[in-house]
Write a protein that binds this ligand. Sequence first.
Ligand SMILES: [Zn+2]
Length: 135
Amino acid sequence: MITKEILQIRSDIENNLRKMLARAVMVTELDVFALPCGCSGITVNVRGLELDDIEVFEEQMLSFFKDVASRLEVPSSFIFARLIPGSSVVAAINWRVLCDRCYPEFATASGKMPRPDIYIMHFERRGEKGDGKKR
Ligand SMILES: [Zn+2]
C-alpha cells in the first residue's frame, strides 16, 4: 500500500458517496489500523453520513466498499459502520480483519446491530468464505 494510492482512494470514496447520495459527504480521514489483539483493517472517517443512507443504499455501498477493500488488499470479510452511540450519525466505516479472539464475539452476535454503536453491513462466517455466489 502506498500513500499516493490511499490518497486516491480517500477521494474516490468521498466522490462515490456524494454521487450516490447527491449530498455533501466528507471523508475526513482514511486510516490503516492494527490492534494489540491481532485485529487489523481500515477505517474511513466520514462526516455527513447517516444510518438511513446506509440502509437505503446498502447494496450499492457494499459492492463499492468491497471493491475498495480489494484495491487496498484488505479482505472484505467484515464491514461495518460505527455510529455515534445514541444517534444515527455514522462516524466511520470499518473493514476489520478479526483476530481469533475477537471473531467469536461477532460470530455469535445476532442481527445487524449487536452493539448500539455498530451496524454490520457484511460479515462472513469462517468456513463459508465469500466465493462470489452471494451476488
Ligand atoms: Zn482482535
